[in-house]
Write a protein that binds this ligand. Structure first.
Ligand code: DGT
Ligand code: CA
Ligand code: CA
Ligand code: ZN
Length: 574
């Protein structure tokens, strides 16, 4: 049984491979659309399959529905396996080279027989690409530059993609019944914003059988290394997975070791030595006698060293060890269960994909007590931002929906912070809004001095209470704005504004190191999803984990408060 994300990945891969083969673009697009439709399903995939209702979903026709049902039920799709067998394994990798689309790749393969990045690089270097029809010296040069850039960049995956690949894989290993425990370790367990590879630790007395089981996972593309207790595979899409299997008595020690980070461990090991122990992947022992400390749970290691246990997401050597030694780590880090309101969501009124009522019902189903509807303001024309008239129309719809749902709907807007630091929000409606989130969506590349003046000016506006996706970064795509952060945080500290922790997996913004600086200034936070679909509401966990990585506590989070207290805290005032 494959879950919907694995099904979507498989469909996406079919689309990609068809494209590489030079198939009909409509067919290619059908698979891509199908993948997106499956990913965004509001209803349970199993139910839709069982009741034969897949074709009711927009974007899923009869042929695709059959393939989805097959993938879901058996974990396999003969078409995908045929396509994979047809194309050389390193071939899809060629798509990652900038400006090199499937058509050109197919042409190069036909003319030169190149089937992976290394072969193409060699062909460029030998000056053979410029001789292919349709390619010139300049194109050859650009391809070579692209390959070099690709090689220079460490290849990382978004945390959400890594976890969405990793979680079904854990389920697959657990379902085998071959292991007592199976957990993610490494950066994915620390909820780091990007992940190099997945590390999985299992406690089992049957390491070889478990390794077999991993190799048989439908989304494994290649088994790269296989020993008795260590297996490394590559998943479709390129993400690597390291599996380590240990006997149950060594489980906690190894889970701790493989969770990292390396920097956290290096410091912990030094500390252990100072206290008369050695700490390694083999466990914690007394120096001299070699007597082993019993480690049943990871916490036992920290206890033996006389310190507070450090949760995985804090293990980055950014002061957590020092704090834990003084028992000064926050004990009430915010939890997903603490949150009572969804604070930043978009609907079909602007650039969201789900209607207001659907978003409201979904938030209610998640146990939320309130939802602030924050579609874009008029300046965000690209996102169908709302002017005053449409905002008022939206309120009429909100009133109608409010009759039907229990969750409390709050009137909001995500207002653009304009170039001069003013806000794009209709003055006369300010008094009728419950919440104003202010974010930068344009002119992001101004220099740090001007950007700092722009943001600080906005912060001084009394009616603006939440700063949205503060740094503007897009992970693996775009850096944060140039900004004098300490100055801006000082300005916020003197204002009523809170900072958003945006759980959109491409953002995870504001990032932990600045959250900690904000905490030092007693600034408050709002944890949000910035959801543009029902599925997007599930990203709340990424906001929560990002906040925890910034040591944010329950009491510092405005949307951990009940509806009225929250509304009082954020109400726009003049
Ligand atoms: P990644 O995969 O680049 O996102 O980062 P990690 O943290 O997952 O690193 P990875 O996959 O290389 O190794 C997993 C964990 O194994 C790492 O967090 C700590 C442990 N580890 C790996 N290499 C070393 C090492 O040389 N020394 C120590 N102490 N631990 C290591
Ligand atoms: Ca890793
Ligand atoms: Ca690894
Ligand atoms: Zn925004």
């Amino acid at each position: 049984m494959l879950d919907k994300l694995s099904v979507a990945n498989a469909l996406r891969e079919v689309g990609m491979l068809l494209e590489l083969k030079g198939e009909n673009p409509f067919k290619v697009r059908a698979y891509e659309n199908g993948a997106r439709a499956v990913e965004g399903l509001a209803e349970d995939l199993a139910t839709l399959v069982d009741e034969g209702r897949l074709t009711d979903v927009p974007g899923i026709g009869k042929a695709l529905a059959e393939k989805i049902a097959q993938l879901h039920g058996t974990g396999h799709l003969p078409l995908l396996e045929e396509l994979r067998a047809e194309l050389p394994p390193g071939f899809p990798e060629l798509l990652r080279i900038p400006d090199l689309g499937p058509k050109k790749i197919a042409a190069l393969r036909g003319a030169l027989g190149v089937s992976n990045v290394a072969e193409l690089k060699a062909a460029c270097e030998a000056g053979r690409v410029r001789e292919v029809k349709g390619f010139g010296e300049r194109t050859e040069h650009k391809i070579l530059e692209g390959i070099r850039a690709l090689e220079a960049r460490p290849r990382r995956t978004l945390l959400s993609e890594a976890r969405e690949a990793g979680e079904p894989l854990l389920a697959w290993l657990r379902e085998s019944g071959l292991a007592e425990h199976v957990e993610l370790a490494g950066s994915a367990r620390r909820w780091k914003e990007t992940v190099g590879d997945l590390d999985v630790v299992a406690a089992s007395r049957l390491p070889e059988a478990l390794s077999e089981r991993l190799a048989a996972y439908p989304l494994v593309e290649q088994v790269q290394a296989r020993g008795t207790t260590k297996t490394r595979v590559q998943l479709v899409g390129g993400l690597g997975v390291d599996l380590r299997v240990v006997p149950p008595e060594d489980w906690a020690t190894l889970l701790h070791h493989l969770t990292g980070s390396k920097a956290h461990h290096v410091k912990l090991r030094g500390l252990a030595r100072d206290r008369g122990y050695t700490l390694s992947e083999w466990g914690l022992s007394r120096l001299g006698t070699g007597e082993k400390v019993q480690v049943r749970r990871e916490e036992d290691i920290y206890r033996a060293l006389g310190m507070q246990a450090v949760p995985p997401e804090l293990r980055e050597d950014e002061g957590e060890i020092e704090a834990a030694l003084e028992h000064a780590l926050p004990k009430d880090l915010v939890d997903e269960g603490d949150l009572r309101g969804m604070v930043h969501v978009h609907t079909t009124w602007s650039d969201g994909r789900a209607p207001l009522e659907e978003m409201a019902r979904a938030a209610e189903a998640m146990g939320m007590q309130y939802l602030t509807v924050t579609d874009h303001s008029a300046a965000a024309a690209y996102a169908r931002g709302l002017d005053a008239r449409r905002l008022e129309e939206q309120w009429e719809e909100m009133a109608r929906v409010q009759e039907k749902v229990r969750i409390r709907l709050l009137r909001g807007t995500e207002a653009d912070i304009l170039e001069d630091g003013s806000l794009d929000v209709p003055e006369r409606l300010l008094g009728k809004l419950d919440v104003v989130i202010a974010s930068v969506h344009s002119r992001m590349r101004m220099d740090a001095d001007r950007m700092t003046r722009r943001i600080a000016a906005a912060m001084r506006l009394p009616f603006f209470k939440i700063w949205g996706h503060a740094s503007g970064r897009l992970l693996l795509e775009r850096d944060a704005y140039g900004l004098h952060w300490e100055e801006v945080l000082d300005a916020i500290a003197g204002s009523p504004a809170a900072i958003e922790v945006n759980g959109d997996p491409h953002r995870l913004d504001l990032e932990p190191r600045w959250l900690r600086k904000a905490r030092e200034r007693d600034i408050r936070f709002v944890l949000s999803t910035d959801a543009h679909s029902v599925a997007g509401l599930q990203n709340l966990r990424y906001a929560v984990m990002t906040a925890r990585r910034g040591w944010v506590t329950r009491g510092e989070v405005l949307n951990a408060m009940p509806p009225s207290a929250f509304a009082d805290a954020v109400r726009p005032t003049r």
